[in-house]
Design a protein around this ligand. Structure first.
Ligand code: ACM
Length: 264
């Protein structure tokens, strides 16, 4: 399976330019699945709920989903991307999975980062896994990586591959995702952005280094720190079905939840 990340440089509020930039990067690529960053069509740092509601879109009728639904069909490629979702009077920091056949699946960020909770509603959907050929795909968004429960429950639900749209400003995710991959024996495709956003009198600088990790915790691809990039890697999805780090151990079946469930 040919899978990859699209590392873009969004400019806050310039939706058309941000979509064009992503489509242009993708245009000459041949892949089965590509992952884009969190909030890639709007930018990240919303100064107010009012500005967020101006830029957020309904799913599936908004421009971002329509653009990628068409691209998925044209390129025969699956896409996962982060976007601002408008739902009634609320906005969610969401991730959308679109297939070449026009199916659309949704995840809403559960663990909001830093000042996000001043504008976004917290996600209200249970993490789920969705079909990707004969395999299963899950989604998390950026700061969710700090909470190992998210990857674990998706692995227990059968995830082979976790797609991770991100807008990272801290330096821990690349390391943490190696562990998330290893402890669950799953692939993770993390797509980060580059560039900067300014709001609340401060500038956030996004750190690039998008990354694909394999079920043995190794890094299969890593993006540059400051430039847009696209990388596609051939993976054998069967590797995520091999859950045994030794012939005597199984990362899911050897858990002892009877001893710690009450503490969760
Ligand atoms: C983040 O959750 N955007 C760091």
């Amino acid at each position: 399976m040919r899978v990859g990340y699209v590392q873009t440089k969004p400019v806050f509020g310039k939706k058309k330019d941000n979509l064009d930039q992503a489509v242009e990067l993708i245009d000459k690529t041949d892949a089965d699945l590509l992952v884009l960053p969190e909030l890639f069509s709007t930018g990240y740092y919303f100064p107010s709920k009012a500005r967020l509601m101006q830029l957020a879109e309904e799913i599936p009728s908004g421009k971002t989903v329509r653009t990628f639904k068409n691209l998925a069909r044209k390129k025969n490629c699956h896409f996962v991307f982060g976007m601002a979702e408008k739902k009634g009077s609320r906005a969610y920091n969401s991730s959308v999975y679109v297939t070449p056949h026009g199916k659309i699946y949704l995840y809403r960020k559960l663990q909001l980062f830093y000042k996000e909770a001043t504008v976004f509603a917290r996600g209200n959907l249970k993490p789920k896994v969705f079909p990707f050929y004969e395999y299963k795909l899950g989604m998390m968004i950026c700061f969710d990586y700090m909470f190992p429960e998210i990857c674990r429950v998706m692995a227990l639900a059968g995830a082979d591959l976790i797609c991770h749209p991100s807008n990272l400003v801290l330096e821990y995710c690349q390391l943490a995702n190696r562990t998330r991959s290893l402890e669950n024996r799953v692939f993770i495709i993390m797509s980060n952005r580059v560039g900067e956003d300014t709001a609340f009198g401060e500038t956030l600088k996004f750190t690039g280094m998008s990354q694909i990790t394999s079920p043995d915790g190794s890094v299969l691809a890593r993006g540059p720190k400051t430039k847009p990039a696209l990388s596609v890697t051939d993976i054998d999805m069967q590797d995520s079905r091999q859950k045994k780090p030794t012939p005597y151990n199984h990362v899911l079946n050897d858990r002892r939840p009877g001893f710690y469930r009450d503490l969760l």
